[in-house]
Design a protein around this ligand. Structure first.
Ligand code: HEM
Length: 506
């Protein structure tokens, strides 16, 4: 054996042994602090199945949640210690009551690597607070009422698209078509741009949206680690979005800005107009760069379109599995439309309460984002314990796991919209029925009401004219999620058969 070979063996063995001993030491983190923990293994900590891309982040966290019964449980994302918050009371304190200790989401702003990280989702402190309060009015009831016509317009091609499939009898992949609908809604309400990706699937917004969420291992690392292991993202200098996606959004923002300034087109009420207002302070001085405007525009676009498409497509899937629920929703739609001369309006849509329940129940069973993150920003002593969560600690909120915990929901894996009826929830609090598909507290999803309205419009426009059945791909098969996706994505898509309600279907 050559000396070089022996030297190499010694070097590798020493490196592995040092890494092992270092991890052994790090893996005592939660034990030293008296926090209940799940036993980690070398070298992936507790996240082996996620890192090896066998489980999605949401399914990984659900598996860990189900292994514990403690209010708070320590885990390791490789060497990075994190806490899974299991108890609804503690969760409520962290997200709402004691929010000032947990104001960060944990993600890093790295403007030098990717200016798109300087967005509302990733900003912190005063900057976030100020922007959040200025952007919130974009989603007021008045603004939503103003958007309804635009959303209904975007839904028109949806109905036309369904019609073709009633003739051929082929199944429709619902996730894709609803993502196209959702992209058109966001382009319209955020940028004031009218597009029709349902008829033109290669339209640029759809193309770059698809690229952002492409199910590649690199995307999986980039998107998942941004929130659960931000230090590694910083170390590896991973971009939040590919350069061409960023360039597309930035050039759209620049063009829009130039056009509106040149044409003095300043009376619009969309989200872009709010960004333009924030851009200049009262003295007219520019206080938000075009890069920052683009970063906010990107996050509104990507946070909004896949999540709404996931919600609509899973809702249609569940209604196809349970035709009696689909029928009840259709009966409600028919009855309300009759009262309103067949017109879909903000008011008539608001009266369709059962459809609301169906959307709520979909978001319980299939929350688009199965986990959210927080970072402790000020040491926090948990009431009635000796545990102190130290500044800098990462926390994971296991939304999907809590939503399917039999302790809070009877028959947790069943789609039962009635569990959200006013009567059924009358005496229940968050502690009895923890529900947080949009997160909670001051950092709750800013687009919540728009998302629910859009999902309702999409579902109503489909169910009013068509009925849906499961495609043969789904008969007696469980839906599985892609392990590489941050938003919930069914493997093979959601394939449904569609029939016209008024021609050949009862
Ligand atoms: C069904 C659709 C949607 C779901 C399930 C969803 C879910 C979420 C969740 C879980 C969070 C994290 C909340 C937290 O940490 O407490 C979030 C944040 C956010 N969402 Fe949504 N979202 C949806 C649609 C939208 C839409 C349509 C928009 C924009 C038009 C949007 C924009 C945002 C933004 C900007 C944040 C960060 C807010 C902040 O940190 O202040 N989302 N969303």
């Amino acid at each position: 054996m050559s000396t070089i070979f022996i030297f190499a063996v010694i070097l590798v063995t020493t490196a592995v042994a040092t890494a092992y001993l270092y991890m052994k030491y790090v893996f005592l983190h939660w034990k030293r602090r008296g926090v209940p923990f799940l036993e980690p293994t070398f070298p992936f900590g507790n996240f082996k199945d996620m890192i090896l891309q066998r489980l999605s982040l949401s399914d990984m966290v659900t598996t860990l949640y189900n292994k514990s019964s403690d209010a708070l449980v320590g885990v390791y994302v490789t060497v990075h210690p994190s806490l899974i918050v299991r108890d609804p009371k503690l969760l409520r304190d962290i997200l709402i009551k004691d929010f000032q200790h947990f104001t960060y989401r944990g993600a890093n702003i790295m403007e030098d690597v990717d200016p798109m990280t300087n967005n509302l989702m990733m900003q912190n402190g005063e900057k976030w607070k100020d922007n959040r309060s200025k952007m919130t009015p974009a989603f007021s009831t008045g603004k939503l009422k103003g958007m309804i016509g635009v959303i209904l317009n975007c839904a028109q091609p949806l109905s036309k698209y369904m019609e073709q499939y009633t003739q051929t009898g082929e199944t429709i992949e619902m996730r894709e078509v609803l993502a196209r609908f959702s992209v058109s809604v966001l382009a319209a309400v955020a940028f004031g741009i009218n597009i029709n990706p349902i008829e033109n699937p290669d339209e640029e917004f759809r193309y770059f949206g698809r690229k952002f969420f492409a199910l590649t291992p690199r995307n999986m690392l980039r998107l998942n680690l941004t929130f659960i292991y931000p230090k590694l993202v910083k170390l590896l200098r991973l971009r939040f979005a590919d350069k061409d996606v960023c360039d597309f959004i930035t050039s759209t923002v620049k063009q829009n800005l130039d056009y509106r300034v040149k044409m003095n087109d300043l009376e619009r009420t969309d989200f872009f107009q709010i960004l333009m207002k924030i851009r200049n302070d009262q003295s007219g001085k520019s206080i938000m760069s075009v890069d920052e405007m683009s970063a906010h525009a990107l996050i509104f676009f990507v946070a909004g379109f896949e999540s709404a498409a996931a919600t609509m497509s899973y809702c249609m899937y569940e209604m196809s599995r349970k035709p009696e629920i689909q029928r009840r929703a259709q009966q409600e739609i028919d009855a309300v439309l009759k009262q309103y001369d067949g017109k879909l309006t903000y008011e008539s849509i608001a009266e369709m309460k059962y459809v609301d329940r169906c959307v709520d129940e979909t978001l319980r069973l299939h929350p688009a984002f199965g986990t959210i993150a927080r970072e402790c920003t000020k040491d926090y002593k948990i009431a009635d314990t000796n545990i102190v969560i130290q500044k800098g600690t990462s926390l994971i909120v296991p939304i999907a796991a809590i939503h399917r915990d039999g302790k809070y929901y009877e028959q947790p894996d069943e789609f039962i919209p009635e569990r959200f009826d006013d009567k059924a929830t009358a005496n229940k609090t968050f502690l009895d029925m923890p529900y947080l598909p949009f997160g909670d507290g001051p950092r709750i999803c800013i687009g919540l009401r728009l998302a629910k309205l859009e999902a309702k419009v999409g579902i109503i426009c489909m169910l009013k004219d068509y009925s849906f059945e499961l495609g043969p791909q789904h008969i007696n098969k469980e839906l599985k999620s892609y392990p590489t996706s941050i938003a919930k994505f069914a493997v093979g898509g959601i394939n449904l058969k569609v029939k016209s309600r008024f021609n050949n279907f009862a």
